[in-house]
Design a protein around this ligand. Structure first.
Ligand code: NOJ
Length: 562
């Protein structure tokens, strides 16, 4: 155990300001640690690997890193099954490595947001193990959600609920005396038992965890499944069909209950113990009009807005989403968040290279993944062209932009992962009906050759396709036309051009062309169509693709100063 660092010793390093609003228009880069860089050659990315790549992150021009879970975990759900909230997985490092990583990031002027997973622990967490050993009715069981089964001998689950990953949401345990016993609730995998947030121990322990990482200098937290913590389950449980039919207006037994905000108001008092206050962003898949509750200044402060992620590459949809979300975030005094890709969805160049989402697709690109990348036909070049245009559009918007590792390399989703190599529990729990999220979690290519394209000395923990070579960092960094160069230039320019959080739409004619101006004369024009459009007057600062005189080609964004 290393010595704990006080906030004072880790703050105000050379390049970090004390500005409490630093997050409002930050560019935040998500690192999925096990797939970023492997320093110790065990096939799994690690904290020392991240530290070694801080110069790369600095050159990229991001303001903060959001680090997905790095805690001890059996990896039943990619680390979102946490064994111990106040330690580092020995497979990926130590607390000393964590301190070195955060120190190096801060010295480079980059803040750190870590993932907190409060809805569920792993089944290896000491509290869950104690709950199994302690027996029904014990205080140890009260920390989770245990129920007796139905049927004469309790052999039927308390309810017929399905987990988010497929398969039943209730699993039966064996009691300490060896007899079949109670059932516990897990909204996700069986290895992820849900906490009971009505229990005082649970509340106190998460306060301790928030302080533990804040004391180590962490700048903020991304809150996993922020909308499910406070369940209110009656003795007579509703069926899945009944649950599905209930409105999610604050009264649903599981999702988005109003009293969850009491927890976040409490956390806010912890965040405000620090200077600058620690920040938080909610992952809450709720109706958009309920999002500001999570983003309020008395609560978490910011909430993910996934609306662009769910949209087609389409001018009318983009305009409506931007207008709506800027107004919505203003209602809580927060800034909005723009996201195209993360570790849970098909990468956006791939989504944009496929026909618009089919009626039977829950998420775009899923049918394509299920077919092993053969059906429908992917237009990889068009997908990347649209993704680059969308990114330049995004990076000019007011609010913060959350980028996902590898999107700066223009990576597509990997469809060709053999079933034997898959890791995602949604693949196993759905019997293969869900292909899972491994295709966006394949370790990054740093070099065009080597056992894992520079990811590490050994083969990567998920197989990398041969086409990763052409996307490698080393292939792109000196190429001014590469996607990496585009991201670097855009992120550095964005820092210089950002002003207040307003934009004004500019009418440039044509349904497929969107244009907006930020204060100071920064104009962004995107041609969502395939027909060339007229380029408005102004000094060209950056373009997502080649320009043709005073013509803006199709599927291209340009930044101008007018
Ligand atoms: C949301 C996370 O982003 C996802 O990766 C995870 O599987 C679930 N929450 C459960 O923790």
């Amino acid at each position: 155990m290393t010595q704990q660092l006080s906030p004072e010793t880790t703050e105000n390093t050379a390049m970090l300001s004390n500005d409490p609003d630093w997050w409002r228009q930050a560019a935040v880069y998500q690192i999925y640690p096990r797939s970023f860089a492997d320093a110790d050659g065990n096939s799994i990315g690690d904290l020392a690997g991240i530290t070694s790549r801080v110069p790369y992150l600095r050159e990229l021009g991001i303001d903060a890193v959001w680090l997905s879970p790095f805690y001890p975990s059996a990896l039943a759900d990619g680390g979102y099954d946490v064994d111990d909230y106040r330690d580092v997985d020995p497979k990926i490092g130590t607390l000393e490595d964590f301190d070195a990583m955060i120190g190096t990031l801060h010295d480079a002027g980059i803040r750190l947001i870590v993932d907190i997973v409060p809805n569920h622990s792993s089944d290896r967490h000491e509290w869950f193990q104690q709950a199994l050993a302690a027996g029904p009715g014990s205080p140890e069981r009260e920390r989770y959600i245990f129920r007796d089964g139905r049927g004469e001998h309790g052999e039927l689950p308390p309810a017929d609920w399905t987990s988010v990953f497929g398969g039943p949401a209730w699993t039966r345990i064996t009691e300490p005396d060896g007899t079949p016993g109670q059932w516990y609730l897990h909204l996700f995998a069986p290895e992820q038992p849900d906490f009971n947030w009505h229990d005082a121990d649970v509340r106190e322990d998460f306060r301790t965890t928030l302080r533990f990482w804040s004391d180590r200098g962490v700048d903020g937290f991304r809150i996993d499944v922020a909308h499910a913590l406070t369940k209110d389950l009656p003795d007579q449980l509703p069926s899945q069909a009944e649950l599905d039919a209930m409105p999610k207006d604050g009264t649903h037994p599981i999702w988005d209950r109003d009293e969850v905000h009491e927890i976040y108001a409490d956390w806010r008092t912890v965040f405000d113990e620090y200077s600058p206050p620690r920040i938080a962003v909610a992952e809450a898949w709720v109706a958009s009009d309920r999002r500001p509750r999570y983003a309020s200044a008395e609560g978490l402060g910011q909430a993910f807005n996934f609306d662009l992620l769910e949209a087609d590459f389409d001018a009318a949809q983009f305009r409506e989403i931007v207008t709506f979300n800027l107004e919505l975030s203003a209602t809580s005094g927060s800034s909005t968040t723009w996201v195209f890709s993360n570790h849970d969805v098909v990468r956006h160049p791939t989504r944009y290279g496929l026909p618009p989402k089919a009626a039977d697709e829950d998420k775009a690109g899923i049918n394509w993944l299920l077919s092993g990348g053969t059906e429908p036909q992917l237009d990889a070049a068009a997908g990347l062209r649209r993704a680059r245009a969308a990114t330049l559009f995004e990076l000019a918007l007011p609010g913060s932009a959350y980028l996902y590792q590898g999107e700066e390399l223009g990576l597509h989703e990997v469809a060709e992962i053999p079933d034997a190599s898959r890791q995602d529990p949604s693949f196993f729990n759905s019997g293969g009906a869900e292909i899972g999220r491994d295709g966006c979690r394949v370790p990054l290519p740093w070099t065009a050759s080597g056992p894992s394209y520079g990811f590490g000395e050994a083969e990567a923990h998920l197989p990398q396709p041969a086409w990763f070579a052409e996307h490698a960092v080393e292939r792109q960094e000196d190429d001014p036309g590469s996607t990496l160069s585009l991201y670097r230039r855009a992120l550095h320019l964005r820092r210089q051009l950002q002003t207040d959080e307003t934009l004004e739409w500019v009418d440039v004619g044509g349904d497929d062309v969107l244009a907006f101006r930020r204060p100071g004369g920064w104009v962004t024009v995107t041609n969502f169509g395939t027909t060339p459009a007229e380029l408005p007057a102004g000094e060209v600062l950056l373009a997502s693709g080649p320009l043709d005189g005073d013509v803006l080609p199709g599927e291209t964004t340009v930044w101008l100063r007018d």
